[in-house]
Design a protein around this ligand. Structure first.
Ligand code: F6P
Length: 361
């Protein structure tokens, strides 16, 4: 009999609950016990936050967005800001306490569902002796090694639906609509939704853009009597030569781009340069919400059960991954080595260029 604990970390993504559903079912089939740590590592710090998960608890949750394990974004236990009695904030390392309680509670393995930040933390715990298995999650699809992360397909579908709707209003007013989608470091959502949603321009972090070229593309539309345009911008896209974007502190204390700005900036520039009526909108967290698509449900269920098979084999310190439609496992240390960027030679980029989409380069 094994005792497994599962937690969810970082931003939510459609499919989190489906992974939990799969883990609980696969563990029960093997006669194992499963617990859920609420609020990330909360269950290792407060026993009331460590909940036994039964088949009844997870009934039907594979189709529901969010996570039944509560708030996901609870920071880094290796550098946690804590307020002392004088009201001053100090950064403390609570990892030893978590390790003590992991051992005291008698867990055989901790399945961590998370993005790069959470998997980096999981890797550090695995180096301290925790048996960890990672499940790759982020709507941004920018985790190394795995072909896909769950949540991405749903986010792309949400963004594509939004673009479909924006066409009619843009056309009715001869406007340029600039739509900012998520993607801090990579342009996966912008690329996939932009191609599928009939964008004229797609701006992604992997291709620094020139606004004169973007404006030229919009002006060229008019030559063929198309008076409106749809511009999709990934939140991490930047102009050639370095447009200034403010930075903030991320989950692991790194500097990261603060969201929500580049779309508005691009819209203002287009308005000023070619005097087109222009509007911008930020799709934001809409992309993280709602029920997972069939693809994401299936992927999440496959990831969850594959994680349990790794527990059975005793392959710890690994992450499950999708590779050429197969489930594989890779060392966590490899999975956290960087961010997966859009391959500029891929057929998606070629498809976009061939159907006339401009990347501003
Ligand atoms: O889940 C990844 C992501 O969606 C990024 O694209 C975005 O930058 C970030 O999360 C925003 O998260 P939050 O507002 O929850 O910090």
């Amino acid at each position: 009999m094994k005792k497994v604990v599962i937690s969810t970390g970082g931003g939510d993504a459609p499919g989190l609950n489906a992974v939990i559903y799969a883990v609980v079912h696969a563990c029960y089939r093997r006669g194992w016990e499963v617990y859920g740590s609420r609020s990330g590592y909360g269950g290792f710090l407060d026993i009331d936050e460590m909940v036994r998960l039964t088949l009844r608890d997870v009934e039907g949750i594979y189709a529901i967005g969010g996570t039944i394990l509560g708030s996901t974004n609870k920071g880094n236990p290796f550098a946690k800001p804590v307020e002392n009695l004088a009201g001053e904030v100090q950064v403390v390392d609570i990892s030893e306490k978590i390790m003590r309680n992991y051992r005291r509670l008698g867990f055989d393995c901790h399945i961590v569902i998370g993005g790069d930040g959470s998997l980096e933390i999981a890797h550090r715990f695995s180096q301290l002796g925790m048996n960890v298995i990672g499940v790759p999650k982020t709507i941004d699809n920018d985790l190394m090694i795995t072909d896909r992360t769950f949540g991405f397909d749903t986010a792309v579908s949400t963004a594509t639906n939004a673009l479909d709707k924006l066409h009619s209003t843009a056309k009715s007013h001869d406007r340029v609509m600039v739509v900012e989608v998520m993607g801090r470091d990579s342009g996966w959502i912008a690329l996939y939704s932009g191609i599928s949603g009939g964008a004229d321009v797609i701006l992604i972090p992997e291709i620094p853009f020139d606004l004169d070229i973007v404006c030229q593309k919009i002006a060229d539309n008019e030559l063929r009597d198309k008076q409106y345009a749809i511009v999709v911008v990934a939140e991490g896209a930047a102009a050639k030569g370095g447009q200034v974007i403010s930075k903030g502190r991320g989950e692991m204390g790194r500097e990261e781009v603060v969201l929500g700005g580049v779309g508005e900036w691009v819209a203002t520039e287009i308005r000023e340069r070619i005097e087109k009526d222009t509007r911008s909108l930020v799709l934001g967290h809409l992309q993280r919400g709602g029920s997972p698509t069939t693809f994401d449900r299936l992927l999440s269920l496959r990831f969850g059960t594959a994680a349990v098979r790794l527990v059975e084999e005793g392959t710890y310190g690994h992450m499950v991954a999708l590779s050429s439609s197969r489930m594989i496992s890779v060392p966590l240390s490899d999975a956290i080595k960087g961010r997966k960027k859009v391959d500029l030679a891929s057929d998606k980029i070629l498809t976009a260029r061939d159907i006339g989409i401009c990347f501003g380069d």
